[in-house]
Design a protein around this ligand. Structure first.
Ligand code: TMP
Length: 254
């Protein structure tokens, strides 16, 4: 069987050349890393669940006219996406203090923030993804001021929409990370949502118990990691029929 040409391998995903120009295939691995890959592990079935969860959320966002790179899911671990030029910025939105903001500013984890806060990190593993200001982003040309206007506007709409969507299934959207790309189509450039939205890059807490249902279970060795990812999919109504057993089988690449 002919394997597609691999273009890039990241910590949790691999990008392959797509079937047509301007498309890529995004493959979701079970590999998990934390703290800039100092901690490594495998979360069985994670790739299958994140592929499905990201498909679901990007499709919902497209329905409210958020442009995304997502085209369609191909199989258990792969989705077809539009090729975009990734903007080297991780956009983090926080609704409740947790993780690095709790540590850096001494805010007890779980404190609701006075308003949603958007932060930027420069995507550079060697530097450990340092936090940057919009000033750095525009001064160094990683994105232009009009790009940033689009990014902030999209990010806040995505936050509002996803907050409501998760609340509807008993989950608090504490914070999450987004990536954007430039899509060139018909001589025009548009900023679109890229990468993935999954429990790998969101903090999701049960509304009633505040139990963590995301990658913090791996980062902080809390156990029941697979179960947490499955529970998110189950609540969203998208857990594959046969449950976890369905997810461990070998994946055919065509
Ligand atoms: P933080 O509190 O560690 O800064 O993380 C904020 C959010 O961003 C959290 O939902 C996890 C996500 N995140 C990533 O997706 N990738 C990363 O490399 C980091 C550090 C955080």
């Amino acid at each position: 069987m002919a394997r597609r040409r691999q273009l890039y391998e990241g910590k949790a995903k691999i990008l392959f050349e797509g079937p047509e120009p301007g498309t890529l295939v995004q493959y979701f691995k079970d590999d998990a890393t934390a703290f800039n890959a100092q901690k490594k592990g495998t979360i069985t079935g994670k790739g299958v669940l994140n592929n499905r969860i990201s498909e679901f959320l990007m499709t919902k966002l497209a329905e409210i006219n958020i442009p995304t790179h997502f085209i369609r899911r191909l199989n258990m671990r792969e989705q077809l996406i539009k090729e975009v030029e990734i903007i080297p910025i991780e956009v983090v939105v926080r609704n409740i203090a947790a993780g690095s903001i709790a540590q850096r500013l001494g805010i007890p984890e779980g404190t609701r923030l006075p308003r949603s806060i958007v932060e930027y990190y420069y995507k550079n593993d060697q530097l450990g993804d340092p936090m940057v200001a919009e000033e750095h982003i525009t001064a160094f040309g990683w994105a232009t001021p009009p790009d940033m206007d689009d990014i902030v506007h999209l990010t806040l709409r995505i936050n509002d929409f996803l907050t409501g969507l998760f609340l509807g299934v008993g989950i608090t959207l504490v914070d999450f990370k987004l990536e954007f790309g430039r899509l060139y189509e018909n001589e025009e450039m548009r900023i679109v949502l890229a990468d993935e939205i999954s429990p790998d890059n969101c903090r999701l807490w049960d509304v009633k118990t505040n139990e963590k249902m995301d990658k913090d279970r791996f980062r902080r060795d809390l156990g029941k990691i697979e179960e947490a990812y499955q529970e998110v999919a189950r609540r969203l109504g998208i857990l594959p029929e046969a449950g976890a057993r369905d997810m461990k089988g070998p994946e055919t690449m065509q």
